[in-house]
Design a protein around this ligand. Sequence first.
Ligand SMILES: Cc1ncc(COP(=O)(O)O)c(C=O)c1O
Length: 363
Amino acid sequence: MSALASALPDFPWDLLEPAKAKAAAHPGGLVDLSVGTPVDPVPALIRTALADASDAPGYPLTAGTPALRAAIAGWVSRACDASGEFGVLPTIGSKELVAWLPTLLGVRPGDVVVIPSVCYPTYEVGGLLAGATVVRSDSLTALGPDPRVKLLWINSPSNPTGKVLPVEHLRKVVSWARERGVTVVSDECYLSLGWETRPVSVLDDAVTEGDYTGVIAVHSLSKRSNLAGYRAGFVAGDPALVGDLLAVRKHAGMIVPAPVQAAMIAALGDETHVGRQRELYAARRETLRTALVKAGFEISHSEAGLYLWATRGEDCWQTVDALADKGILAAPGVFYGPGAAQHVRVALTATDERIAAAAARLT
Ligand SMILES: Cc1ncc(COP(=O)(O)O)c(C=O)c1O
């Protein structure tokens, strides 16, 4: 194995295979609530836009077509309440961007990348790919005056916890980072899925007041529009940083395919399908939440996002195993950080029929 490959952690999902095999043996079949991959159809207007753009013999623009750039900018102004001058750039889904962002922004060995204590594993991978030191911390004061810190990730609503960072917290993070020349990257993939709290973008005027210096927001259409299979995401924020990303990505061939660019325009211009999808998830969330609580689980945070963050006060692998006995597959908390060893993440992304089956088995 190369030095780079061996610097990375084990691919977490491989570790879940034994539990998956056990759950799949349930006579009622597997209810897979582990990965969080959308299962509902791609809305017709998006599929039509993709198909209509399928005659695409030439190379697409890394920066996105003018129409896509306008669609992203319009959506960010509306959905993020951002009225200043920000840069935008489409990405091939957001996972690749998360994994390569530190490298693309010039983070190097000796630098520090700060990630939330419990978080989406790819933030750590991105720091390691750049050869940087990765520090888990939710507290700015705990970080102290470390000049090696170059980049800080936040994620609200959080995967896996569903926690939402309030405006005051976002403001504090931005001003802390600006004083130190640290880049703040805010992963907002789940912004449209607030249940008990309205999530706020880091680009919101209430946070940045139209000045995006040192601030980037990361967005994805995977969950909002069921486009995980299309690989459609984008960044918005500091025009200088977004310009740097564009310059490197042009050289590296990191280009969103032309038909997907057309599909993104259709997706970003329509909120009706987003509202419908939200209703489906809200109902599934209610069913699962009620069943988990009845089965003795405590639900932590989970005020937004696509997951229930649940615990029975025992080691997460024990919970994964007990759920697998019922044919239900959940993700163990340790996938998201050593501080989450007693939680499991339960995704809302299964059909109504599978969610009902899970609820019946739990209760
Ligand atoms: C917090 C977070 N960021 C980024 C991603 C990547 O999503 P995608 O690559 O589908 O845009 C995910 C996927 O689950 C996620 O949970």
